[in-house]
Design a protein around this ligand. Structure first.
Ligand SMILES: [Zn+2]
Ligand SMILES: [Zn+2]
Length: 349
């Protein structure tokens, strides 16, 4: 171990983060040391910090990162992995060997918690380490001139790309996005680029306005109108071809199913808190041939797609960054991330 030091931002108890100074690690053979430049705080990080999700402390959160290649372990070709190259990092572990990995669903890997693909002194998802040792296969090159606060969107956009790979919107389709949070906004931007008519259902006025700015064609206030009736009205009674539910409220999940067209697809994008089951009529499924499915985490394909979308600036989510903090302001960053009106909060090393 060298004497060089680095910063680690760890949640040490509920509601408390600390910036710790630890030894900077050396990469072993065939491993890469990356210097994490920026990490965004995701809903999972907020739930862990606020105690909604229970985990043992200390824990290093963060998984939406952009990094630079800092040092190569023995046996890696520097022409292939140039020092200073900007990279996106798929931090979710996939073993490559389990049933799901071998059925092209590495996002459902049975060993996501084992984290064989990263090495860090303090357990966690790893994104809030200033330096981290990783396996080359979890890195994707990003253009060096892509701003770091845009690069951190590779992971959340990859989750959305995975959602699209299940929802399969086609050009000319009506796509309903329920919920105008950050993930809803990314769904809007992508659906618009794919040639769909995009309808946002969101009670908050500012969010509806941002939705329109980012590409929604129609916005609905579900606190004023019945969103199911409204969708039926807009679609001449057919319903929308694709529904993306990005909210955690179970009564809304039921609405999502009620507004889909025959032959259409409903994607439960968000996890539910609390998760209250609702009824679906088997006869309705029989007669409609609609598909109700879900989407969780980024697959390897969807990560590739997200990196292409950002690298080519097809999706440029600069409007979704609420604030950028330095590593020494991590507590403030977590506090602000908890506020319901913020989109992404980014921490820079
Ligand atoms: Zn995330
Ligand atoms: Zn696996």
């Amino acid at each position: 171990m060298s004497n060089e030091k680095m910063k680690v931002i760890a949640v040490t108890e509920v509601g408390k983060v600390e910036t710790l100074i630890v030894d900077k690690p050396k990469p072993g053979p065939k491993k890469i040391l990356i210097n994490i430049k920026a990490c965004a705080l995701c809903t999972f990080d907020q739930r862990m910090y606020s105690g909604v999700v229970k985990i043992p402390f200390p824990f290093v959160g963060g998984h939406e990162v952009v990094a630079e290649i800092a040092e190569l372990g023995e046996g890696l070709d520097p022409a292939r992995y140039p020092i200073g190259q900007k990279v996106a990092v798929r931090l979710l572990n996939s073993c490559g060997e389990c049933y799901y990995c071998r059925h092209n669903a590495p996002n459902l890997c049975e060993r996501t918690n084992e984290r064989d693909s990263i090495v860090s002194a303090i357990p966690g998802t790893g994104g809030l380490n200033e330096y981290l040792i990783v396996e080359p296969k979890i890195l994707w090159k990003l253009p060096n001139d892509l701003p770091n606060e845009i690069g951190v969107f590779s992971e959340p956009l990859a989750c959305v790309a995975n959602s699209f790979n299940h929802g399969l919107p086609q050009m000319g389709d009506d796509v309903v996005v329920i919920g105008g949070g950050i993930m809803g906004m990314l769904h809007i931007m992508l659906a618009k680029k794919m040639g769909c008519r995009v309808i946002l259902s969101e009670p908050n006025k500012e969010r509806r306005e941002l939705g329109l700015e980012l590409g929604a064609d129609i916005v609905i206030d579900p606190s004023k109108v019945d969103p199911v009736e409204e969708i039926k009205k807009i679609t001449n009674g057919i319903g929308a071809e694709v529904i993306f539910n990005t909210t955690a409220v179970s009564s809304v999940a039921k609405q999502a199913v009620d507004m889909v067209a025959k032959l259409g697809r409903v994607v439960m994008y968000s996890s539910q808190h609390p998760d209250i089951p609702f009824d679906i009529s088997a006869n309705w499924l029989h007669n409609s041939e609609s598909i109700v499915t879900g989407a969780v985490s980024p697959s390897i394909l969807s990560f590739e797609q997200a990196v292409k979308l950002l690298s080519k600036r097809i999706i440029y989510p600069d409007k979704l960054i609420s604030n950028v903090y330095s590593a020494d302001q991590a507590n403030e960053a977590y506090q602000e991330a908890l506020k319901p009106d913020t989109f992404r909060i980014v921490i820079k090393f």
